[in-house]
Write a protein that binds this ligand. Structure first.
Ligand SMILES: Cc1cc2nc3c(=O)[nH]c(=O)nc-3n(C[C@H](O)[C@H](O)[C@H](O)COP(=O)(O)O)c2cc1C
Length: 214
């Protein structure tokens, strides 16, 4: 409260119950002001806390997240602008080609403070769980993958992938993106693309998949 308001309040107080309504209104205005300032402070507190965590991580790992290489910065800017990210890739030794993993390692690491704030846990609040520190909420991500393996290899419990399905095969990528707060859409997969390609079918299935999920 300003000195002028305090003086006014004190002089009103001398007026007894007659001035109670005016005094209450004065306090309510002050209360609203304080709430506004608290919000600003909370926001600043959150930002500085994230930055300190970033410095902790930089000192621990020796990696300068604040100065990522230009290519990573460029890619991060593209991600920041995107609502939906689709990875189109072939199966390469039962997962993503190494170039895709390299991209995630480099670009997402540079995304500290942009894609994620921390691992989500806090010493001050034990209810916060690992993986809840993402900052990229509102973005969706989807894999579109081509496999030589037929569909049965994924779904049959005695098949090559022991029934875990394509989502099980790419669980690590789903978790990497959920760690950043992104929403994972169901994977689109083309099977048997080497021995028995069904191009027309793949195209129409892909259209239907996009219409259903995107
Ligand atoms: C190095 C290498 C590894 C591959 N690994 C797998 C695999 O693990 N599982 C599979 O079903 N197909 C595998 N394939 C087949 C590719 O996934 C397939 O050729 C590709 O999806 C075809 O798509 P493209 O025409 O866009 O390259 C592999 C191919 C190569 C060359």
């Amino acid at each position: 409260m300003s000195i002028k308001d305090i003086k006014h309040y004190v002089s009103l107080a001398k007026g007894g119950i007659q001035t109670a309504k005016e005094r209450k209104e004065l306090l309510e205005r002050q209360f609203a002001n304080l709430n506004e300032q608290l919000e600003i402070l909370n926001e600043a507190h959150k930002k500085i806390k994230t930055k300190i965590a970033l410095y902790d991580e930089m000192l621990e790992t020796g990696i300068d997240f604040l100065n990522p290489n230009d290519k990573s910065k460029e890619e991060l800017a593209k991600i920041a602008e995107s609502d939906l990210i689709i990875y189109q890739m072939p199966a390469w030794w039962m997962g993503e080609p190494f170039i895709v993993k390299k991209y995630i390692d480099e670009v997402y690491l540079a995304g500290f403070g942009v894609l994620f704030a921390n691992d989500g846990r806090s010493r001050a609040d034990e209810s916060l769980k690992y993986g809840s520190g993402g900052l990229a909420q509102g973005k969706k991500v989807m894999l579109s993958v081509t496999w030589n393996a037929p569909k049965e290899a994924f779904v049959e419990s005695d098949g090559f992938f022991e029934g875990v399905g394509v989502e099980g095969v790419y669980l690590h990528l789903r978790k990497a993106h959920e760690f950043c707060g992104m929403q994972w859409l169901p994977i689109f997969m083309c099977n048997d693309v080497v021995k028995n390609p069904q191009i027309e079918q793949y195209i129409s299935d892909y259209k239907a998949h996009l219409q259903k999920y995107v």
